[in-house]
Design a protein around this ligand. Structure first.
Ligand code: ADP
Ligand code: ZN
Ligand code: ZN
Length: 689
């Protein structure tokens, strides 16, 4: 009898055995429906064997889902993810499956079965409609005149270097200042890969960036069948696009982090754009990092990978400096006549500040408006004010369920927690002392929008943040309005910082950046620098020169100096040296055990036990040149969230292999002893604390 090992999306690290009925093609990679404890489940066959330890009690496989089959490479990838990130095998395989909902079969998310099926049908209809009109659609997405520019020498060298390594693994860091034409390099390399019959996987950090990127792919490579994959697509479209990739029909697959799991039989090149972006790391469920998995995949498949950024992550920078990756540099902007923007700093303290705006920024905005140019004003907080305080006593509005301040929102007027769903009415007097003089302090996007509308009543202002872009098409519609010059001033959060190309934008103002300097996270300055360089990079990308005004009281801070000197390489070298001296990643490898429970005592006890047990196990994996170190337990940065008390233990070692030997043993020991009251997770290579 043939026995299938099936990975099921449940919290179990092991696979489950089922017998394969006669005539059912349930080999490795087959997607199957089985019965687990009375419920239908969709899983993946990871291996087939002749024996099972539980042979007499086995159930049969009920059905093989047709049209989806995971190749060996993806099975290996999912198994690696389970091993490396300490997550259940079935959860890792679940990431690799396209949405499955067909007649007879069940949805992978039983709770939303009806909905998934309905969406599927709509999407299928839409898909067929599009198929039928494919040819007539083409002029829409490839407008006349948007032909690919001829590459400059630096771009051509970079594209040639990548193409020269087709057929074997090589990692490239495409370090190109904003507007230097990195995208053209990816597309040139992609063109050559596809010409040789290969497939290209391009990962971008955000769904919002896919339409713009997709347009450029279609304009530059009109003959190539390109598909997108991200969680914002209707299930039917995603499934069809997945099949186009898995069958080899799609030449280019463009997607967000989850696309790294796509089956690609002819994979020839991998591109990770804006590789420094934290969105590549999934923060819940399976905590994988798509850029790291892309590297793993490229190495295993023996294909080149390009990690592109104007501000490479320090992890990637280390790789380049250690010559594990080759640095390709694009030092200047590509479009004719464009230069890097001029950077200026404006002091906030003591300055006459109208609605949070310094006189310098107000003047510059007035100038841009007079010249009919566009401006972007950036503040990385949504809402109206960052806190609400009493002027007479120490009261400050705080969340009853989190250790966090409540944020003032307008229209409707509410106090909202940004860490949980809590919301309440705005009080009109201090709940502690009755004083009516309560103050909204700090600036969010709403307040900034208000200040700008007051200062420039005739300007057309658009605000872009998570609150204004909830609808599926909201972001795209703002883009269109900006492109059509129906907007003079954009106000927004980091959503606007990434990768967008707004043609007439010549001025960028930055507010509130100093707040990030006080963060306890060791990556805070790396992140702030990346954000500032990216947001500054929106200015002057075509035509008139750009100007950036950063409101800060600390213009001599290394972050701002790096920005002013336009010398990210020096900054990255300095940060890397600091990390090495302080034994922080990427000089070391870390994992974080986080626990949470309603009672503080339960978390503390759990973490103390885990810490002791970890100390005991550390000795068993120590090597002469490396050992495991444990730190903690300490409360999490956000000590209480949504009613849960939170804490953590950090584990560190110099070698990935030593940490990887330690983690499964530790995880198993914690599994055996953890009380039900405590929820916990191990985050390998964490990006937040
Ligand atoms: P990046 O991704 O590095 O920020 P892009 O690839 O978006 O830069 O290019 C920035 C702008 O420069 C785009 O408008 C693009 O069309 C233009 N561009 C890129 N390469 C060239 C080139 N070789 N000649 C002229 N314009 C170019
Ligand atoms: Zn008070
Ligand atoms: Zn809260």
């Amino acid at each position: 009898m043939s026995i299938a090992r099936v990975a099921l999306p449940v919290a179990a690290f092991e696979t489950f055995d089922y017998w394969i009925p006669e005539g059912l093609a349930a080999g490795p990679g087959a997607v199957v429906r089985v019965n687990l404890a009375g419920r239908h489940r969709i899983g993946v066959v990871t291996a087939v064997d002749g024996t099972s330890a539980h042979a007499e009690r086995l159930l049969p496989i009920d059905e093989v889902i047709e049209g989806v089959r995971l190749p060996g490479e993806i099975i290996a990838l999912a198994e690696f993810v389970s091993r490396y990130y300490q997550c259940a095998a079935g959860m890792a395989f679940d990431l690799a499956l396209p949405p499955i909902a067909r007649s007879g079969a069940v949805s992978r998310r039983p709770a939303s079965r009806a909905r998934a099926t309905r969406i599927d049908r709509e999407a299928d209809a839409a898909l067929h409609a599009r198929d039928a009109s494919d040819a007539s659609d083409a002029p829409d997405v490839a407008p006349a005149g948007s032909r690919a520019p001829e590459l400059n020498a630096a771009q051509q060298d970079a594209a040639d270097a990548v193409a020269a390594s087709f057929g074997s693994f090589a990692a490239f860091v495409l370090f190109g200042v904003t507007g230097s034409g990195k995208t053209e390099v990816y597309l040139q390399a992609a063109r050559e890969a596809v010409a040789r019959g290969g497939q290209v996987l391009i990962l971008v950090p955000e769904i919002n960036l896919t339409p713009q990127f997709e347009e450029r792919v279609r304009a530059t490579l009109p003959q190539v069948h390109a598909v997108t994959l991200h969680s914002g697509l209707p299930a039917g479209t995603r499934r069809a696009n997945w099949e186009a990739a898995a069958s080899g029909a799609a030449g280019v697959v463009l997607g967000t982090r989850l696309a790294v799991f796509t089956a690609l039989p002819h994979l020839a090149l991998v591109v990770v754009d804006e590789e420094h972006d934290d969105s590549f790391k999934q923060q819940e469920g399976v905590r994988y990092h798509a850029r790291d998995l892309a590297l793993w995949r490229a190495r295993r498949r023996g294909v080149p990978i390009v990690l592109g950024s104007a501000t490479p992550s320090i992890d990637t920078w280390r790789r380049a400096r250690a010559r594990e990756a080759r640095l390709l540099t694009l030092g200047s902007r590509a479009a004719a006549g464009t230069v890097a923007p001029a950077i200026a700093f404006a002091p906030v303290r003591g300055a006459v500040v109208a609605g949070g705006l310094t006189p310098q920024l107000v003047d510059a905005l007035a100038g841009a408006l007079a010249r009919r140019e566009q401006a972007l004003v950036f503040v990385n907080r949504r809402g109206y004010a960052t806190s609400l305080k009493c002027s007479a006593c120490a009261w400050e509005a705080s969340c009853p369920r989190c250790t966090a301040r409540l944020v003032v929102h307008r229209g409707p007027d509410r106090l909202r927690c940004h860490h949980c769903a809590h919301a309440e009415r705005l009080p009109h007097r201090c709940p502690a002392c009755g004083n009516v003089d309560i103050l909204a302090a700090g600036f969010g996007t709403q307040r900034l929008e208000e200040a700008i509308r007051t200062a420039f009543p005739t300007a057309r202002v658009a605000r872009v943040d998570r609150d204004t872009t909830r609808g599926r098409d909201a972001f795209a519609s703002v883009r269109r309005r900006v492109d059509a010059h129906e907007v003079d001033i954009l106000v927004g959060t980091q959503m606007l910082a990434k990768g967008h190309d707004f043609g007439r934008l010549t001025l960028v103002g930055v507010l509130g950046a100093d707040n990030a300097l006080y963060s306890a996270d060791f990556r805070a300055t790396e992140r702030l620098t990346a954000l500032l360089v990216q947001v500054a990079g929106r200015a002057g990308r075509a035509g008139p020169p750009g100007r950036v005004i950063v409101q800060t009281d600390f213009p001599d801070h290394p972050v701002y100096r790096a920005l002013a000197a336009a010398d990210y390489a020096q900054f990255a070298d300095d940060v890397l040296a600091e990390r090495e001296a302080a034994m922080l990643p990427p000089a070391t490898r870390i994992a974080l055990l986080s626990g949470e429970a309603h009672e503080r005592a339960d978390v503390d006890r759990f973490l103390a036990q885990a810490f002791e047990c970890g100390r005991g196990l550390a000795g068993t994996v120590a090597r002469s040149d490396d050992r495991i170190e444990l730190f903690g337990p300490v409360p999490a940065t956000l000590a209480r969230r949504a009613g849960f008390e939170r804490g953590q233990v950090l584990v560190q070692s110099h070698r990935r292999a030593v940490l990887q030997a330690f983690l499964p043993r530790w995880r198993e020991a914690i599994e055996r002893s953890s009380p039900r009251r405590v929820r916990w997770v191990i985050d390998v290579d964490p990006v937040t604390f």
